[in-house]
Design a protein around this ligand. Sequence first.
Ligand code: AP5
Ligand code: ZN
Length: 215
Amino acid sequence: MNIILLGPPGAGKGTQAQRLEQQRGMVQMSTGDMLRAAVKAGTPVGLKAKAVMEAGELVSDAIVSALIGERLDETEGKGAIFDGFPRTGHQAAALEILLGERGRALDHVIEIEVDEDALVERITGRFSCANCGAGYHDRFKLPKVEGTCDVCGQHEFKRRPDDNEATVRTRMSEYRAKTAPILPYYEERGLVRRVDGMASVEKVARQIDAILDGA
Ligand code: AP5
Ligand code: ZN
């Protein structure tokens, strides 16, 4: 099964993708994570992407589509969760080609609907494990034992440089201007399912599971 999780910054795409990966063995394809890894490693892609990401703008279609193309075969037989991709019409077209070349297709495009005002709080409170990447939140999802990652037991955490209020506002306007307009393309093909992203993490998970299980 191949699905897209679509929604504005902070909607909970990464949270749900990580869960699906752990519980269903699907593979998370997050272009944001791939770009952050490239920035950290100082690759040519990372050098190009760094300032764009810190400004909250979109990295070029060619770069992100190539990143997905390089990794797509890892999801063969397991199923892909596209998280933060596609974000423009060009990227949607590129994904169509990449999947089609492999005899694969999209099963669902899951739009996570949220109230934008809540997103600033979600994003500015977010942090993650510096070792394994597990996601946490100052108010909504603290580690079970203070200062210790639930998943790997390590003690170092980090915050993203683009998780400040000004950058979040730019990321939201990029979403409205460039990403939300790709929804009608998937709607015409009957692929779009909506979930209430304002519910708790567990309730959002149940709504997504119902879609994947064909309920
Ligand atoms: P990317 O990494 O994709 O970031 P984003 O889309 O802005 O999404 P986020 O990761 O901020 O949010 P999320 O929806 O995953 O929410 P999360 O689950 O973490 O992109 C970053 C940048 O990279 C872009 O700005 C761009 O520059 C570049 N880029 C990436 N992909 C690109 C592409 N395809 N094309 C061009 N450029 C690209 O949740 C947020 C917080 O809320 C967490 O702390 C979580 O614990 C909490 N939370 C989650 N769900 C709930 C809930 N139901 N209730 C309460 N709290 C919750
Ligand atoms: Zn960890």
